[in-house]
Ligand binder design. Structure first.
Ligand code: PEP
Ligand code: MG
Length: 834
């Protein structure tokens, strides 16, 4: 029997039987047999029913390949009819027997005959009269008497369950959980062990792990029915499973049966190599095991369970690594909305940075900072964020924007900071004047009102949702340690600040793959200096202003090198267009004029001069670096001076310097000669020798196509897939959020290409770039540093292309390490089967 023929439940029951567990007689129907039933071809019913002996009561349960794919509800007590009811009344008492009959009539009427449930609600007290009423209702609704023949009942049950599997809703639901289009359903027919009788009887479920925390402990429930109706009406027959002082327990009252259950539990864990929930009945003192299902578990528990199984030697470590969904790790690093919380959704946007936070609404970065100063958690709500908002983002507990996609400014910074973030909530309207945001249903939320942002689901909720704390426990660390033993591609982090670098270190990133230096220009009072630089008229003036930024930059780099303790740090020189450093509105321009002691007209003229129709394709990246070479000169000097300084206390630092937005070899050559010159000066001034590595960010299609000559000047190529996706599609990364969901819904794009690497198109450019890069320089180091770097599909692609490492937001490093390990293990398994 295999899960792909008879389903997981049937396979599990077969294994329980082989372990000599007291499983009642069971017959499994294969996927093919059930498909035949759905088409009206019934199996030989006499043959099917023969193993159960005379007058059995039966259950039928679904058995899909993966239990998570669901299936029709189980139907119990098939075979109940007037005659059996009368016999049972004598055996176990009228009330218990009647309750069983009523439940069967109800499930047959509603699930098999598909009648309206209302006439079949169960009465508080099961009486003979209520049986009569229900049977009459059945006859009234169907014009047929309730079937009394057990074989007919069973046939109808099988037919209805087989057909339910083919229903459209059921199919869509399971496909959403990853089931293939042709997923089959098996059915398991089992003799019922009722768990009622004159002697010790009852029914229950037991499991040996806490499904929320993942800790090993016995949990479950048990309903005792030994004393028949007295027990039921007196104490409702409830017994606790284990002694805990609250009342009588199975452990105390039935110690031998309890010990047997615990022994079975241990056996199942070891032999089925999984934490299972066991359904059992006790019938006149005899234990029956009816079913075993994998314990449903929280994210946190899934990690703990996998690690504990491996630590106990039940599964190997590679199996533990394979059992945890990498997405689960990202969730564990952040607070989450508790699963059972009621969600009063205001709006849904794009889930851009995981985790959840509660706070008061603020509509500006300044207000976010003021709120943080009062230690009042806040949510920064903006149409979109710009570099000017960065300090406000630092101060906020979460960010919500109306515009933008998965690689918009808010999303990138949010992920970098580990800040929950929902972007592109385009159904939300912000009324700046009245300081309210208006939900699609018309509700208004004013500044100061409390909301919850769930960056894992994209939901924005009214009020304070209950949050769960992150879970970075030992099991988490152990799992990642094992993952690293199997991983065969490097994982670095994109880290711009010392705080990012520290997070990257904590998550064991193997270096920094991308330090976006422009983010350093927004820190503290640097923005003001930067603006002075923008307003400088001559190269000399610019150089003078940049001199003031030099010590600050040097300090940044020293800190980064120290935190990374000899691990590689790849620093990208200045990239954005200059206008991003200037205020966007009139009042900002006035303030700036005041700050710089310039006439407003001059400020306006400069802003005007810098404005571009298409700034993302304009004077940014290396184009700016070549136009205003003083900027890269200052940055190179800061890097080299920091290199000398940081190398004094430890191993020599070898910085990596990377040039953004390259499209031509000559750009690379020109910048390199200037940087070499700066290196020469710093060596001479400090009397210290050092080396550095020079590389190119491949972000334009042309850079990928011309990689062979570009690598003549570059030791490494790092693919910036955010810009490369933008330029390959001709799709603005800041505006695509507006129509992306309708595009994806209409299957124009299979996925948002800023979220999931487009292997067919952008991937082709990566492949060409890597191949041509290697032609030009055999040992060129290849990596990816766009937001895709942390995703499983991109890691898979990069492994196959022989890339050296991926680089992603620090908070995605753990899941990237796990994904990379899983891909390596899968490959090794596939190869060993060849
Ligand atoms: C990229 O374009 O992929 C990239 C990493 O750079 P940025 O997101 O800073 O443009
Ligand atoms: Mg870029």
């Amino acid at each position: 029997m295999s899960p792909s023929v008879h389903g997981g439940r049937a396979k599990c029951l077969q294994r329980l039987v082989r372990l000599d567990m007291p499983v009642p007689t069971t017959v499994a129907l294969s996927f093919d047999a059930v498909r035949d039933i759905a088409r009206g071809q019934m199996p030989d019913m006499d043959e099917l029913i023969a193993p159960f002996g005379g007058a059995p009561l039966l259950s039928v349960r679904p058995s899909s390949q993966d239990p998570d794919w669901g299936g029709p509800s189980a139907i119990l007590n098939i075979g109940m009819n007037d005659e059996r009811h009368a016999a049972l009344c004598a055996e176990i008492g009228e009330e218990a027997a009647t309750a069983i009959y009523l439940r069967f009539i109800q499930s047959y009427a509603v699930q098999v005959a598909r009648l309206d449930p209302e006439p079949f609600y169960l009465p508080d007290t099961p009486t003979l009269e209520s049986v009569r009423v229900m049977l009459d209702a059945f006859e009234y609704e169907t014009d047929e008497v309730f079937p009394q023949d057990p074989v007919q009942q069973l046939g109808e049950v099988l037919r209805s369950m087989a057909r339910a599997w083919d229903g459209t809703t059921a199919r869509l639901l399971r496909q959403a959980k990853g089931a293939p289009i042709d997923a089959g359903l098996g059915l398991v027919v089992q003799r019922i062990a009722l768990g009622v009788g004159q002697g010790t009887s009852g029914s229950g479920v037991i499991q040996f792990v806490d499904e929320v925390t993942g800790e090993r402990r016995i949990k479950g429930r048990y309903l005792s029915q030994s004393q028949g109706r007295e027990a039921l009406s007196a104490a409702k027959g409830a017994l606790y499973l284990v002694q805990d002082g609250r009342g009588p327990s199975v452990e105390e009252e039935l110690p031998e049966l309890f010990a047997e259950l615990v022994r079975f539990g241990e056996l199942v864990r070891v032999r089925l190599r999984e934490e299972m929930q066991i359904e059992f009945t006790i019938e006149n003192g005899k234990l029956h095991i009816l079913d075993g299902v994998r314990v449903q578990r929280s994210n946190r528990a899934s990690v703990r369970i996998a690690v504990a199984l491996a630590e106990d030697g039940i599964i190997p470590t590679d199996e533990a690594v394979m059992r945890v969904d990498p997405a689960v790790l990202s969730e564990l690093l952040h607070r989450q909305v508790a699963p059972m919380t009621e969600r009063d959704r205001i709006v849904r946007g794009i889930a851009a940075s995981p985790g959840a936070a509660v706070g008061r609404i603020v509509f500006s970065a300044n207000d976010a900072q003021a709120s943080a100063a009062r230690s009042e958690p806040c949510i920064l709500v903006r149409r979109e964020t710009t570099p000017e908002d960065i300090r406000g983002m630092h101060a906020a507990n979460a960010v919500l924007t109306v515009r933008g996609g998965i690689t918009s400014h808010a999303a990138v910074i949010g992920r970098g900071l580990g800040l929950p973030c929902v972007v592109g909530a385009s159904d939300l309207v912000i009324d700046k004047k009245r300081r309210v945001m208006i939900a699609p249903d018309g509700r208004e939320f004013a500044e100061g009102e409390v909301i919850t942002v769930d960056g894992s689901s994209g939901d924005v909720l009214a009020g304070t949702a209950t949050l769960e704390e992150p879970a970075l426990d030992n099991a988490f660390q152990t799992l990642l340690k094992w993952a690293d033993e199997y991983r065969d591609i490097g994982v670095r982090a994109n880290a711009d600040t010392p705080a990012d670098a520290q997070t990257a270190r904590n998550f064991l990133a193997q270096g920094i793959g991308l330090c976006r230096t422009e983010h350093m220009f927004f820190e503290g009072d640097r923005l003001g200096v930067m603006r002075e630089m923008i307003f400088a008229h001559t190269s000399e003036d610019r150089r003078a202003v940049l001199e003031r930024l030099l010590p600050m930059q040097r300090g940044d780099f020293i800190e980064l090198f120290e935190i990374m303790q000899g691990k590689p740090v790849c620093i990208r020189l200045f990239d954005p267009p200059l206008h991003e450093f200037l205020p966007a509105d009139k009042s900002g321009h006035r303030e700036l004029a005041e700050q710089l002691s310039l006439p407003l007209s001059e400020v306006n003229a400069r802003v005007e001069a810098l404005s571009e129709y298409n700034p993302m394709l304009g004077m940014r990246g290396v184009r700016l670096g070549l136009t205003y070479p003083e900027i890269y000169d200052m940055q190179a000097r800061a890097i080299f001076e920091a290199t000398v300084e940081a190398s004094r206390s430890g191993d020599p630092v070898v910085p990596e310097i990377m040039i953004p937005l390259v499209s031509a070899m000559r750009e690379v050559e020109l910048v390199k000669s200037r940087i070499d010159a700066v290196a020469g000066h710093v060596r001479a001034e400090t009397g210290t020798n050092f080396t550095y590595r020079y590389g190119v960010m491949v972000e334009t299609p042309r850079a990928a196509l011309r990689a062979e000559d570009i690598v003549q000047y570059a030791a490494f190529l790092s693919f910036g897939t955010n810009d490369l996706t933008q330029m390959t599609y001709g799709l603005s990364r800041d505006d695509a959020g507006r129509f992306m969901s309708s595009y994806v819904n209409a299957h124009v794009y299979a996925e948002d290409p800023f979220h999931t690497l487009d292997i067919e198109g952008v991937g082709e450019l990566l492949k060409i770039g890597a191949e041509r890069g290697r032609l030009g320089r055999r040992d060129v180091v290849l990596s990816i540093c766009g937001e895709h770097g942390g995703s499983r599909s991109a890691i898979d692609f990069c492994r196959r292309q022989g890339f050296d490492y991926v680089s992603c937001s620090p908070f995605r490093v753990p899941s990237a390490r796990l994904s990379a390990a899983q891909l390596a293990i899968s490959d090794a398994r596939r190869n060993s089967m060849r």
